[in-house]
Design a protein around this ligand. Structure first.
Ligand SMILES: O=C(O)CCC(=O)C(=O)O
Length: 312
């Protein structure tokens, strides 16, 4: 794993998803996906304004994140904003991959430099400030943005924590997970394990998150300890944030509709690229271009997007 990844980001995800030890799921019967939204769709200007507006983040949510390493926040986005983002994601995914991708996990990254609506999300003051307050740091930079589409029949996302993936020397790293519609159980909602449960069940794991046996071992240890992640369905507008030490997985998509989310990762300003990024860091040089191992991660593609001070 010491060798860097040489493929592109989609090739990385294609490989990564094979690390789920029970990746294959029975082909049928698939359940119908949630009913498509029929309400209003926000205009581009409305999306940008909504994503620039402050969110009233309760102190209890910050405390919950500190204790557990993740938090789910309700009503971060209005349904009309979600509908507009879902429409944009659909257009981009269809242009890149067509419409028939059973069993695949599709990822599009670094969209914000070229797509105005994706820029509203990636550079969102609302989301960036939430992330900075959750981590308790003064300023956060963007690592990358993503559209993630778990297509019908795609299996589990392997158990992992992001600190094994990002080539950053900081523990102050957080990722948003923004559903582009309702995500019922059968679609594979993100499932986060609390820090307490991870400490109880997973201490001393071998450092081999690049192997299928790692996912299997995590699942077996959790089963043995009767430790369970929070894996409940997501409502429209709800957004989850997870810290880089949060163990997480997601179930298979057993529905006829793709499970789609936007996701942005942020890190504390001043963080550096580690000395030896591994293949688990995937196409990291696309996200921090021109920055070499050991240097401060602050390229032109890593703007400061969140501060702890409440937005005025
Ligand atoms: O969407 C998924 O299934 C996995 C996402 C993930 O691992 C992450 O956002 O860190």
């Amino acid at each position: 794993m010491a060798t860097p990844w040489t493929g592109d980001d989609q090739e990385w995800w294609d490989w990564y998803m094979t690390l789920a030890h029970d990746a294959d799921i029975a082909p049928a019967p698939l359940l119908p996906g949630p009913r498509s939204a029929t309400g209003a769709v926000a205009s581009d200007r409305e999306v940008t304004e909504a994503l620039a507006a402050p969110y009233a983040l309760p102190d209890e949510a910050v405390a919950f994140f500190g204790r557990h390493g993740f938090v789910r926040l309700p009503h971060v986005l209005a349904p009309a904003v979600v509908a507009a983002l879902a429409r944009c994601a659909d257009r981009l995914l269809t242009a890149a991959h067509g419409t028939d991708n059973p069993g695949r996990f599709l990822a599009l990254e670094q969209l914000w430099p070229r797509e105005p609506l994706m820029r509203s999300v990636a550079l969102s003051r609302r989301l960036g400030d939430i992330a900075a307050r959750l981590l308790g740091v003064d300023a956060l930079r963007l690592y990358h943005d993503n559209i993630l589409s778990k297509e019908p029949l795609c299996g589990r996302t392997p158990w992992h924590r992001d600190s094994d993936h990002y080539p950053l020397d900081s523990t102050a790293v957080v990722t948003s997970w923004i559903p582009l519609g309702e995500i019922p159980d059968a679609m594979g909602p993100l499932a986060c394990l609390s820090r307490r449960e991870a400490a109880r069940a997973l201490s001393g794991l071998p450092a081999s998150p690049h192997r299928r046996s790692y996912d299997e071992l995590v699942a077996a240890r959790l089963h043995e300890a009767a430790a369970r992640p929070v894996a409940t369905p997501f409502a429209v507008g709800e957004v989850s944030f997870h810290a880089s030490d949060c163990f997480h997985t997601a179930g298979p998509n057993r529905t006829t509709a793709p499970r789609r989310v936007l996701s942005c990762t942020y890190y504390e300003d001043g963080s550096r690229i580690v000395d030896e990024p591994t293949a688990l860091s995937g196409a990291w040089t696309d996200f921090v271009p021109g920055v070499r191992p050991g240097e401060v991660a602050a390229s032109a593609l890593n703007p400061v997007v969140g501060t702890r001070a409440p937005a005025s």
